[in-house]
Ligand binder design. Structure first.
Ligand code: DGJ
Length: 377
């Protein structure tokens, strides 16, 4: 994906022009982070803030379809899906979840629909999509999680519901004697990205207890035992929640923990390696890059131990210009993981780039370094 291949390879046959057959040689044999990455039609892949589902020998990449300009930061089209067998070459499978034309729908065109993730539920045979949803015209105030389901990985997905999460539920990692809505300090300022001295670290949790917790940047992680977890930035992004889903993966079952209290993390991504759980995320600086964070735990519900910025080398303090979105375990290659990130272009959203990098381990810590071009081992 280093260069722009000829858009739409055309073959002239007996005076007519027809598209080249699907059997043409693959275009890409490597990853080139930050470059234009063309799909089977020669068009830059449009699946931002994405995640991958591996299903029956095929990888499916779901992400935010963006359009030109600032308008592209709002959902005008929906969630785009691509498929691949080799992770280098992606076929456009179209829009898996369309935004609605109905002004009353929570996913009406012009809403903010970010970071879609799809998982397969073997009990129901359904593909379940989760995403971060903000209601049209309300900025980032709604902080909803949304769900949709489909019978096929490529969709069409049907919107189920969206809203705040875990209303009236106490986190399992909060001691019984702490389970009170009484303040234990001052209310932090909404605009800050750290809690000032004396602020109650659970202030926003308590504020949102009756109506439901905020859910913004998110991922879904399915453990080896089939239990699925929704991991999301909550409490004004100050604290990450790790919440178990129901057996059909379409709702929360009420069990959750509060991880990294007061650490203001976004863009969570989680993977499991040799029995341990690893987390990579970012700090909070809007569309602008910051230093990534990493952490390890023996159990998905923690306790989590922070391991610092996994990036090394030039621009490590800015995650090489990117922000995490997903960590992909490569099938058939145990120990091989791809760190997937977005290089956002908020002024011209459609031009956002992808930064996929290999994860290596050093002293039990995940490490990332920049590569201009690389191949799977
Ligand atoms: C950072 C988040 O990670 C993105 O998904 C997006 O919500 C931007 N903030 C908006 O500023």
């Amino acid at each position: 994906m280093n260069s722009y291949p000829a858009l739409f390879t055309l073959t002239v046959l007996c005076g007519t022009v027809s598209a080249a057959p699907d059997t043409q040689a693959p275009l890409h044999d490597s990853f080139s982070p930050g470059q234009i990455w063309t799909d089977n039609n020669g068009v830059h892949i449009n699946a931002h803030g994405g995640g991958i589902l591996y299903d029956r020998g095929t990888y499916y990449w779901y992400g935010e379809h963006k359009i030109e300009g600032d308008a592209g930061n709002y959902a005008q089209v929906g969630v785009h899906c691509y498929s691949s067998k080799d992770l280098y070459n992606w076929k456009d499978e179209g829009i898996a979840l369309k935004v609605s034309d109905d002004a009353k729908s929570p996913i009406v065109k012009g809403c903010i629909l970010e970071r879609p993730k799809v998982v397969y539920n073997s009990k129901t045979g359904k593909y379940v999509m989760w995403f971060h949803l903000e209601l049209k015209g309300k900025g980032y105030g709604a902080a909803y999680a949304g769900t949709a389901v489909a019978d096929k990985p490529t969709g069409p997905f049907t919107f189920l519901r969206a809203g705040r999460v875990n209303a009236g539920q106490w986190p399992v990692d909060m001691q019984k004697e702490k389970r009170t809505l009484a303040a234990e300090g001052s209310m932090p300022k909404l605009t800050s990205s750290s809690y000032p001295e004396g602020a109650d670290l659970a202030a926003f949790f308590k504020r949102d207890f009756p109506g439901g917790q905020m859910s913004r940047d998110m991922t879904i992680f399915v453990d080896d035992d089939g239990k699925a977890y929704h991991i999301y930035s909550s409490e004004e992004n100050g604290t990450t929640h790790i919440a178990q889903l129901t057996d059909d993966y379409t709702a929360h079952n009420g069990r959750f923990v509060r991880a990294f209290p007061g650490r203001f993390m976004e863009a969570p991504a989680v993977f499991k390696h040799e029995g341990k759980y690893y987390f990579i995320g970012s700090g909070c600086s809007g569309w602008y890059p910051n230093a990534a964070r990493s952490a390890v735990a023996d159990k998905i519900e923690g306790p989590w131990k922070e391991l610092g910025n996994p990036c090394t080398g030039p621009r490590a303090d800015k995650t090489f210009g990117g922000q995490s979105t997903y960590i992909l375990p490569v099938q058939g290659k145990p120990g091989t993981y791809i760190f997937m990130a977005d290089i956002w272009k908020p002024q011209n959203a459609i031009d956002g780039r992808y930064m996929w990098l290999p994860i290596r381990f050093e002293d039990g810590k995940p490490k990332l370094e920049w590569k201009n071009r690389w191949q799977l081992p």
